[in-house]
Design a protein around this ligand. Sequence first.
Ligand code: MG
Length: 381
Amino acid sequence: MAALAPWASDPRHSRGRRIAEAEATAESPYQSDRERIVHCTAFRRLVYKTQVFINHEGDLFRTRLTHSLEVAQLARSLARALQLNEDLVEAIALAHDLGHTPFGHAGQDALHDCMRDHGGFEHNLQSLRVVDVLEQRYPHFDGLNLSFETREGILKHCSRARAERLERDEPQGVGRRFIDGNQPSLEAQLVNLADEIAYSAHDIDDGVRSGLITVEQLLAVPLLRQCHDEARAQSPHPAASRRVLFDAIRRMLARQCDDLVGCTRAALGRHAPANADAARRAPALVTFSPPMRDAATVLKRFLFAELYRHSQVRRSTDRARQVVAELFAEYVRRPSEMPPEHASQPRRERAVADYIAGMTDRYALREHQRLTGRVLFADAA
Ligand code: MG
């Protein structure tokens, strides 16, 4: 790993783990965090969880697992360019979606509705809950007992009310910055943007592959049009539309990364935070330039309107919401249908939400069929 910049997260100054452990001397705490994340159950389940397309709709679409790997590799190369801590960005990226429900955002919205009178459901908080509480694989603690900096990066958003609750349980912990209005580490800021760059690029690919959006439609997005024109002009196979599109997506990724690195270097040079904590008190320093921010927003709006809200995607997601809502009602009514470790929890609705959130798409469908006798996705069998 290249030398760290003064404002990078230095493992020697980590705020440590909630339960103190003797650290292995050969590796940094962020390397052990990454290993714990890769070996946990929730990580393996990401392979059967939806990103945009329901898992059974095709074998080539991204899942939460491939998305997390793409974010990790992109964040890692950006961290290298900026002399930030590569191990920390990798750990945050691999864990950032662990709390996602089956069926993507549709599943989360449905579960939030079910939990409205019981504290709600939010996937960032759930990711933290997975690594702090729900994974049960170590003798001396619940969860994975990750270091503060990895947990801070996992909790990307948090309402003030929830932050205050977190702060009561863990004074000066990962909820604090939402009360004080501070930033997370530069590594956490970087993973947020790598996430956005990665999903915008791979959703274009999956959207075109699925036939729900066309290249012609995409050319209405100026950033993509420029990259596509360049790719076609320089291609020895300009008629091979898939290859031109892949190249256009690569060029778009490269432009966004170059912009981010250039802009962030300039911001870091201007603010020159003395260390990682000083960077937390500065404004967000990992940023796009204003024109690239605008261009990325136009792209995200396009994907939202034309892909995520596409009638065919919505038909799937409406049924997925129904699966989650009906599963929730069944388990609340008959908790003994859940495994004993969930059935025995005192807060029944929270236990049901934890159980459903941990399910893969296909497991949720099987359980729904078992408990209701109805098949909502005939094509998933
Ligand atoms: Mg993500």
